[in-house]
Write a protein that binds this ligand. Sequence first.
Ligand code: DC
Length: 227
Amino acid sequence: MRAIIPVLTIDGPSGSGKGTISRIVATRLGWHYLDSGALYRVVGYAAGRDGADVADHAAMAALAERTVIRFVTSGDAEPRVLVDGVDATDAIRTETAGAAASAIAAIPVVRNALLARQHAFRAPPGLVADGRDMGTVVFPDAPCKVFLTASADQRAQRRYKQLKEKGLSVSMDDLLCEILARDARDAERAVAPLKPASDAVLIDTTDVPVERVVERVLTLLPDSFRP
Ligand code: DC
């Protein structure tokens, strides 16, 4: 049954527009939405909360397995993320949390522990899955795969705007350095590195308005998937 539930995978580096595009497309289709990056961010948050050592891989895998994570959605707005009942939405969105998530995401047992949790999001009528390895590892049988890119400068500008809107202060130069460091770590790790699936459609979102990208993604879906 699960195999015939359609999945649209949207992978790409930080700031490529994955989150925004995925949420809008999921809302238009009436499909579920998986923000897989939030799962890695939550493990980093839980490690900080518990004072757990990130170098202890078994402890990180245990946190990935047992932490209760709930997404509260409201239209195409960013979902609130409840971690063991506590709203951690803002705490997991900082650049520090992103860097911790990227380090934890390189631990194979953590990725393994999160695999079944990600598969559980595949429910009728369909799923839009956003991340780094959605099309390559988590949903390799997805009938429709997209890989979004954008220039590093524009990705840094988007992150800057997002963080500013959340009242977080950051320097543009620091942000660009962090984004480049995170991309390198995500792309060079041994397990499930950031890379397009061989059957993914590449879309460069540099200077392309959100609505145009959404339309392009929707045109990739067979008519039978549309509501
Ligand atoms: O998409 P994001 O910025 O919230 O992701 C945070 C980090 O989590 C990212 O730097 C790498 C990791 N990640 C991953 O390894 N695999 C995914 N499918 C999603 C995120």
